[in-house]
Design a protein around this ligand. Sequence first.
Ligand SMILES: *Cc1c(COP(=O)(O)O)cnc(C)c1O
Length: 358
Amino acid sequence: MKFRVELDPLIPYKPPRMSLEAAAEHIGPDGSPNAEGYVKLTSNELSFGPLPEAEAAMREALPRLNRYPDRHASSLREAIAEANPGTGSKNILIGNGSSEVLLNLLQLIKRPGEVLLPWPSFGLYAAIATILGFRTRKIPLTEEHQIKPETLLSAVGPATRAIILCNPNNPTGTYLTLSEVRAFAEALPENMLLILDEAYQEFVSDAAYNGSHNLALEKSNVAVTRTFSKAHGLAGLRAGYGLAPERIADYAERVRFPFSVNLMAQVAATASMEAREKIRARAAFIIRERDRIQEAFASAGLPYIPSQGNFILVNAGPNIFEKTGVLVREGEALSYPGWSRVTIGNSKENDRIIGALS
Ligand SMILES: *Cc1c(COP(=O)(O)O)cnc(C)c1O
């Protein structure tokens, strides 16, 4: 049989070095260090486990696993709406990770056509767009590794259907201010969908970025995606969400797989969102540690890109870090050969990152 030719260039996800055989000797399959004590700072996960509130909610729900979960995930939607003033349940999208929310959003759009992506950015965007039959056009970042809104706007053409802005951007950690994003959204024709991927929103230290979800309430063609995988420390559970105008949320629910957010994910994500003051405190810790590590890179004379995420892209190969038992994401896989993306961990892990520099 014949497969769709556009799938040929899609190469299966290449895991970070840690899960390759050599590193697997040093670290368990769940990322926990073994006796030799390697630490996994490859994938922008949080080094802390779920909040106790989330664990308690899962324990409480365990005996109910014989039942299907709430198909609509009403409690989760309400908790998310509550955390984003001005939104209601009808503005909330949910998914099996924000990956599914991104998929559902792109599934709404007329084909054929093209999706514009600032590049380098998150690899999954191009994969989803290709799988759905869109062409992708990658618009290079500036020499300062920034997304330049004017360049993006001038690339918009008659075939453009959607633009995905990763803000802050993975892997660079650079970001656009809220007023820059707003100006961009306003300049964009209303028949194009603007997806703002805010997987790292909790780590933005610029207070003026708060309230970015309002863009999705003001504009009929803007959707924001967020995740429980990063600041909430629930990557293994697979839960993500989106904030969008009611019409987009309504259509996204039409294409979503019926029970894509499982019972454990629903109850844990709800509890974690309700305890979001604690999540905020954890993010504040990461922000302080980010400053500390960036200062250490500067003192060591290592060029790095100032970051608004829970990771830093630094112009140094992974070997430097491996000598103190820190596994990082090698830049080759991120279109930054010779660089490494270092996830900010807990105090001890971060001490090791800094220890590797001397
Ligand atoms: C980690 C990450 C996500 C999260 O994906 P999930 O499916 O929610 O785990 C989304 N976007 C970007 C840019 C990321 O780096």
